[in-house]
Design a protein around this ligand. Structure first.
Ligand SMILES: Cc1cc2nc3c(=O)[nH]c(=O)nc-3n(C[C@H](O)[C@H](O)[C@H](O)COP(=O)(O)O)c2cc1C
Length: 153
């Protein structure tokens, strides 16, 4: 059975909301085993068993949060064969996909063979604390569907 793990960091809750919409999109695609975890609670076993892993962050000063950077370092040291990996961010101004691109580059540098779904997803908030801009949750759901269709079955 295909398993998908969605991991997020958040300060104000918007990236968590996006993680949940992405998970809904994965479920729409018929994958029934989807787990959402905050970056502090990812279980090594859940990561190992996942066929698809999505990692999301709010854009903080042009890149992922420190906790997400650490997660990517940890992930790049593990066995990624057979996994599809995707990244997503939330951002405020003109920084569309900026944090996502950095996450991709960070993983590629250490794990050149990783199967990364690129480009990643990037979802805008209207203000620092949100709310999400109109239509972003729906976009996130489509992103989840796209990830599910990319997983090697
Ligand atoms: C310390 C800090 C730095 C930030 N720097 C940026 C930035 O460089 N570019 C940007 O687009 N948004 C920036 N933001 C806005 C965040 O992207 C926004 O707060 C986030 O998407 C909200 O997500 P969250 O509710 O999951 O925390 C920053 C926010 C914080 C708290």
């Amino acid at each position: 059975m295909v398993k998908v793990l969605v991991v997020y960091d958040t300060r104000h809750g918007n990236t968590k909301t996006i993680a949940s919409s992405i998970a809904d999109g994965v479920l729409d695609s018929g994958v029934t085993d989807v787990v959402i975890r905050s970056v502090g609670e990812v279980d090594e076993g859940e990561f190992r068993d996942a066929d698809g892993v999505l990692i999301g962050t709010p854009n903080h000063a042009g890149g992922p949060t420190r906790r997400v950077r650490k997660l990517i370092r940890d992930v790049s040291g593990s066995d990624l064969s057979g996994k599809t990996i995707g990244f997503f961010d939330t951002y405020m101004g003109g920084d569309l996909r900026k944090a996502t691109a950095k996450m991709e580059a960070g993983l590629r540098k250490r794990s050149p063979d990783a199967n990364i779904m690129s480009p990643g997803g990037s979802f805008r908030v209207d203000r620092m604390k949100g709310p999400l801009a109109e239509g972003e949750k729906e976009k996130a759901r489509e992103f989840g569907k796209a990830l599910a269709s990319r997983i090697r079955r």
